[in-house]
Ligand binder design. Structure first.
Ligand code: C2O
Ligand code: CU
Length: 564
């Protein structure tokens, strides 16, 4: 049984236990004993379920195994004992039994509340204290110094009616176009991006998703800078160090701003320049109800001669994972999240499930027939590569099988990532009733807490850090640490058998347990959050903070900075 099915079963059994014990209490005089035995059976099945869950990951069931179920069983034993004694017609014995039966129902309700309200571990989470307002080094010191030669770009945020190729007009917020212009750089080049704001009254910033820029260039409103309001500017500067596919977006009112169009792609090519052939960047987005792949809400056609090397850079800029599929050519997955994979092999008939915020680079050699890229759930969009402009393509088809990056490519030693962990921390993701932005809500919690009341993971420069991420909820959480890529150590207890996986956005699906590691080599105060920004704004964000770094910026009540 899948872990998420077990989590569901546990919930159903918990509710059933309360109902059966309550009914037994009502029937205490007559068939109460039979109902009590039924209640006992439910508790025993729940115990078995909890034990299997705990085997999959202790954090998935800790409070059920240690407190919740034992409490229920204890109350059940007392109630059944009293019922057996009360079978002779004796008023006081019956009353005692009835009280015990109600207590057993109550115990099961308490157990449900422990799981559904208190959560794991029953208190706030990762070790460490928030030093972010004290310390010698300010995030404003962590900037790229002006250097001689820079590649200058200007992006001005604005509200804009955009007419899409289909003729549909959307009310967008853009960095000049929808998506924003694709920024490119060669490894070693320094980009200098001046952000302006024409009329986005809530403010904007620029965050470089997946690029390990200096902290002061990271673009998180209220943490690394103040939001940029109409008429203001902010200049970002960073050296392109990693070749690969990245993207940029606002990190002020990100949930609304990105959805409305404040995003674009960023491609870093090797120092020697782009490889020969066709190289396409294809961010996928939904604005309102309209799906856009690259710059169009229709099928994009490209004329490509047979034998041409093709690279497709897929970017998922949405809130949910998306499945993409290529029909007509076998392909290799060259890179995930901007990092090359080792020994990629040819694939066909497998869909690619890209997490919200993630990137997949595919490569293949153009065959003598057309090739089609399709996106599940967005039939009107796609990409058609063919030798002539009017060729009909293969049917868009999304295979059932999904590519598994943890078994793809070949292993390779990862220097610098072995040895003792200096910091080991557990992140438990859950959905619990909490106060969010001053209002009671069913929050997206991290170790039972809601941002900003989640202690940061504190590290020192040079630390080797291990994070265990456990998803106790019924939703997928694309976790995105800023400023660092993480090396995947295991998923559900299994280490990757293929290429090392360095990710900046990883989908922790319901019931999953991920262990990842990072080297703390980029001082600052870094966001780490769920890239389903609905979840982020419902609490699922925290910081990875380096000791001794502070920030003069703030967000929250009374501040115009709203990072999520
Ligand atoms: Cu893509 Cu915190 O961001
Ligand atoms: Cu989430």
């Amino acid at each position: 049984m899948t872990t998420v099915a077990l989590l569901g079963l546990d919930l159903v059994l918990g509710l059933l236990a309360v109902a059966v014990w309550a009914y037994a209490a009502v029937r205490a005089g007559t068939s109460g004993l039979r109902w009590a035995l039924a209640g006992l059976l439910v508790l025993l099945v729940r115990l078995a379920t909890a034990l299997v869950l705990a085997g999959r990951g202790w954090e998935l069931a800790a409070e059920r195994v240690t407190v919740g179920v034992p409490l229920g069983l204890l109350a059940a034993a007392v109630a059944i004992g009293l019922l057996l004694n009360a079978r002779r017609p004796d008023r006081t014995g019956l009353t005692a039994a009835r009280i015990a039966l109600w207590s057993a129902a109550g115990a099961s309700a308490v157990s449900l509340a422990l799981t559904g309200v208190v959560g794991y571990p029953g208190g706030p989470g990762p070790a460490g204290h928030d030093h972010s307002h004290s310390g010698g080094l300010s995030v404003t010191d962590l900037r790229t110094p002006p250097v001689g030669s820079v590649k200058k770009v200007e992006l001005v945020a604005r509200t804009q009616g955009v007419t899409l190729p289909s003729g549909r007009v959307v009310d967008a917020w853009t960095f000049g176009s929808l998506p924003g212009p694709t920024l490119t750089a060669l490894v070693g080049e320094t980009l200098e991006v001046t952000l302006g704001n024409r009329d986005i009254t809530g403010g904007v910033t620029l965050h470089w998703h997946g690029l390990s820029v200096p902290n002061g260039e990271d673009g998180v409103a209220g943490v690394t800078q103040d939001a940029v309001f109409p008429g203001e500017t902010f200049v970002y500067r960073f050296r392109a160090e990693q070749p690969g596919t990245f993207w940029y977006h606002t990190h002020q009112h990100g949930r609304e701003g990105i959805a409305r169009g404040l995003y674009g792609a960023l491609v870093v090519q090797p120092a020697a320049g782009a490889a020969a052939g066709v190289d396409l960047v294809l961010p996928f987005h939904t604005i309102g109800t309209t799906a856009i792949l690259g710059g169009t809400d229709q099928v994009q056609r490209e004329v490509v001669a047979a034998n041409t090397p093709v690279r497709l850079r897929l970017v998922n800029t949405e809130q949910q994972p998306r499945r993409f599929a290529l029909t007509g050519a076998a392909f290799r997955v060259m890179a995930l999240d901007g990092v090359d994979l080792n020994g990629p092999t040819e694939l066909s008939d497998q869909a690619l499930r890209i997490p919200a915020g993630g990137r997949y680079d595919l490569a293949f050699t153009m065959p003598a027939h057309p090739v089609r890229l399709a996106v599940e759930g967005a039939r009107q969009t796609g990409l058609l590569l063919a030798g002539t402009a009017d060729a009909a393509g293969p049917e868009a088809r999304v295979p059932k099988a999904t590519f598994d990056p943890t078994t793809y490519g070949s292993p390779q030693p990862v220097p610098g990532m072995t040895g003792e962990y200096d910091v080991s921390t557990t992140i438990v993701l859950d959905r619990l009733p909490r106060v969010v932005h001053g209002r009671p809500a069913l929050a997206q919690t991290v170790n039972g807490g809601v941002y900003p009341d989640i202690p940061p993971i504190m590290v020192a420069e040079g630390d080797l850090v291990r994070m265990r991420v456990v998803n106790r909820s019924f939703e997928t959480h694309p976790m995105h640490p800023h400023g660092h890529h993480v090396l995947v150590l295991s998923v559900n207890g299994r280490a990757p058998t293929g290429s090392p996986l360095w990710l900046d956005t990883f989908d922790v699906q319901p019931g999953e347990v991920w262990e990842v590691a990072l080297r703390a080599d980029n001082p600052g105060i870094w966001m780490d959050h769920c890239h389903n920004l609905e979840h982020a704004s419902a609490g699922m964000m925290f910081h990875l903070a380096y000791a001794g770094v502070s920030t003069p910026f703030s967000h929250g009540p009374g501040s115009p900075n709203v990072p999520e």
